[in-house]
Ligand binder design. Structure first.
Ligand SMILES: O=C(O)CCC(=O)C(=O)O
Length: 247
């Protein structure tokens, strides 16, 4: 599929997220996983103590597995090719407008047997763009993602509200989240996606994922696109403008 129909666009605008299946083939996802595995192996070998605390999945006992790696689109040709896929870019342009650039990207591993949760947050709080409509995250499912292995959950329509101040737990300055007493006000809807599908989400929609309770991996690549006019004027963390990928 390389265009969204009016019902899909209306769904995205109303709910703040949209799942599009079969954007990529199983073969493309297998190749991405193979590259992710090679990359993870080399990164694990070089992690210092501070990086281990943020990137290694503590809950997985008996082996060292990564929770995530940053900037796959900038650093890995395999993931850059996914981000540059004409099919994906056509959908991204329909959602946010012309000249999309990748400002940041993340590879999430969520291992079987302990891959941990990601608490409720809004990407627009992290990125602080000058235009709240100017960014979309394309979350590519490298594996089938469902409720048992930790798919995304969204607060439908929360993209129409504002950006909520986030806090960070002690010792986890990068783990920005919506405080529990505010998060409790929202009903969350699961967004299962098959391998090769993409869950698009608006920068302001509240979302989270649970831990992986299955014996299957739940790997995904989140690509954070901005249109050509959007700048990160109030980012909560530091994003390096020299690694932006344009097409
Ligand atoms: O994959 C996850 O569990 C979290 C992803 C996420 O928060 C995002 O793509 O913005």
């Amino acid at each position: 599929m390389n265009s969204l129909n009016p019902a899909q666009m209306a769904d995205y605008r109303a709910h703040g997220h949209l799942t599009v299946e079969s954007v990529f083939s199983g073969v493309e996802m297998e190749a991405a996983i193979a590259d992710a595995e090679i990359w993870a192996e080399t990164e694990i070998a070089g992690l210092d103590a501070a990086d281990r605390a943020w990137y290694v999945e503590e809950a997985v006992k008996g082996r060292t597995v990564l929770r995530k790696l940053d900037n796959p689109v900038y650093l890995r040709p395999t993931f850059r090719a996914l981000a540059a896929s004409p099919n994906l870019l056509a959908l991204v342009k329909q959602i946010i407008g012309p000249d999309p650039r990748v400002l940041f990207s993340q590879l999430f591993f969520k291992a079987p047997g302990g891959g941990g949760p990601k608490p409720m947050h809004q990407d627009n709080y992290y990125f602080g763009p000058n235009d709240l409509e100017g960014m979309v995250t394309a979350w590519i499912a490298l594996d089938d993602a469902d409720e048992s292995n930790g798919c995304l959950f969204f607060a439908d329509g929360s993209n129409l509200g504002g950006v909520i101040p986030h806090t960070a737990p002690a010792g986890q300055p990068f783990n920005l989240l919506v405080p529990d007493e505010i998060a409790a006000n929202y009903t969350m809807t699961s967004a299962p996606v098959h391998r090769g599908g993409v869950s698009f989400h608006h920068g302001t929609v509240l979302h989270q994922s649970s831990d992986n309770q299955s014996d299957r991996w739940r790997r995904a690549c989140a690509i954070h696109y901005a249109n050509g006019k959007t700048e990160l004027t109030q980012p909560a963390l530091t994003y390096d403008p020299s690694i932006v990928v344009a097409f």
